[in-house]
Write a protein that binds this ligand. Structure first.
Ligand SMILES: [Zn+2]
Length: 231
């Protein structure tokens, strides 16, 4: 029988802690850490720091009032890290571009708790991985930015119907603003409208360089995007 069935793996508490560190260290472009409470051991903080210095775009989502101020200050001092909070958050999961953990293990310091964890690899369980990734990116798009608490009500009304053409984060569909805040910043260093990007603003699928700031939607999706978004 050649067909590969679900390859998700169950991890015990000790293995889960190790797997979390591997997800952080193994990230090459993207790292998303979702945890209701945010209280980092220096070991974890150093790994996150290393990833950010390497150029990994780190996004952290936690539940309001469950982060230590010193952790927030340390994280905010780093480049490449965006921290947001969501009042509704009640789950922990950690993803880089290749692997994900769905787990009861949160980012509390000295976690010696009994936890259950399932590990998913993109190459083995693409469908499950993609569904988790979409859900998490949606949560991120709707979460509140830590730096702009005054804009909470604006953020709540965002309709997440587009994707950042550089990192595929879910954002509002806007033909003139096809980047998330983070990628907009990095794009604005060069302001090159024709620089080849990675994703379609409308569908979120890979564009292999066929999208750009000037042409954020893949040709084949233009008609549908136009009908749904009235441009
Ligand atoms: Zn982006």
């Amino acid at each position: 029988m050649n067909k590969i069935l679900s390859m998700a793996r169950y991890l015990n508490s000790a293995d889960a802690r190790e797997a979390l560190e591997q997800i952080i260290s193994g990230a090459e472009h993207k790292l998303i850490l979702v945890s209701p409470s945010l209280s980092l051991s220096s070991r974890l903080f150093n790994r996150i720091h290393k990833a950010a210095v390497k150029g990994v775009h780190v996004r952290i989502i936690y539940r309001k009032n469950e982060a230590r101020k010193e952790d927030m200050d340390r994280l905010k001092s780093l480049k490449n890290i965006d921290v947001k909070f969501s009042d509704d958050l009640n789950a922990s999961c950690y993803l880089n571009e290749n692997e994900a953990l769905i787990t009861s293990l949160d980012l509390r310091q000295a976690a010696r708790s009994w936890d259950v964890t399932v590990k998913i690899k993109l190459t083995e369980d693409k469908d499950l991985f993609d569904r988790l990734r979409r859900d998490v990116e949606n949560l991120y798009a709707l979460a509140h930015s830590h730096n702009n608490p005054g804009h909470e009500s604006d953020i709540k009304t965002i309709i997440s119907s587009g994707y950042c053409i550089r990192c595929s984060t879910r954002i509002r569909f806007d033909f003139n603003k096809p980047f998330c805040g983070y990628c907009q910043e990095s794009w604005s260093i060069w302001l090159n409208e024709d620089y080849p990007e990675v994703y379609c603003h409308f569908s979120g699928e890979q564009s292999f360089g066929k999208t750009s700031k000037a042409h954020p939607v893949l040709k084949k999706n233009l008609k549908k995007a136009g009908e749904l978004n009235h441009f």
